[in-house]
Design a protein around this ligand. Sequence first.
Ligand SMILES: [Zn+2]
Length: 309
Amino acid sequence: MSNLRETASNFQKKLIGLLCAAFLLIAVVLLVAAGLITADMDKDDAVLSLGETWFDDWYTVTRIDDVTFSIGEPRYWQLNYNYLLLGEERAILFDTGPGVRNIKPVIRSLTQLPVTVISSHPHYDHIGNNHRFEQVAVLDVPSLRSEVKNDLFVSRFSRAFTFRRMSPFPVTEWLQPETTIELGNRTLTAFHIPGHEQGSVALLDAGRNQLFTGDFIYPGWLVAFAPTSNLEKYMASIRYLLTRTTGDETLYGAHAIPEHPSPTLPHSALTDLLNALQAIDDKSLAPVSRFPLRIYPVNEDMEIYLPPF
Ligand SMILES: [Zn+2]
């Protein structure tokens, strides 16, 4: 009997050892894969879109019109795009990127106007340079109010899901949803559009038919698997945007992919995304992959990723 017990306990020990080794191996493979995926691209390998030119060896500038610029980071693994919107009296910088480099020299090369930062949402790849600016405006919604501790905005998501240390920043202005922002001969409207993230914001320049959408919609793989993503709210926000836009707008997203290096989409992409989300919701659209994330096609420019269960 005691021999049997010893054999059973030896077997258990070996099994635990094997399981530990297997987990360790999986962890190493995942870490190596994550390192490869998130490594910065060589400058020569970065794919630029029409009209996009290098500012230095990291940032690019695209002149959308005389007072609208996109500032790209095509070497960053998520191909981020930030937007500088100039009025006659002041400017808005919509997103500041992951903060791999200081974005201020690019901004100062384009304008001497006072700049107010607005981030499309508080994820690490959109607020990385916020602390470098004196004016940061944030949408006045409960989820974003709750990120402020001791007068400093500290993104919980960024603290929890990135190894990069994000610098906190003071909020100098709280914007009510649907507020209009006067820049001097240019007016923007800020919309609250939860879905990708509960504090997501879009900016509309109705005079120029420009809608800046952050991570809510862009060409490539859309994220609906983040802890604060919500499918119901995503659909409701698209319906809301459809009532607040004419259909003539171009969408300017915060990311691109090498196969679609321009971060812009036509307005019809909003309807395509709504149709796909509705089909996912009523289970009439099958995923092209189920694990580790469910991936659904949206149209030829986009797919959307959801949690596996
Ligand atoms: Zn992002």
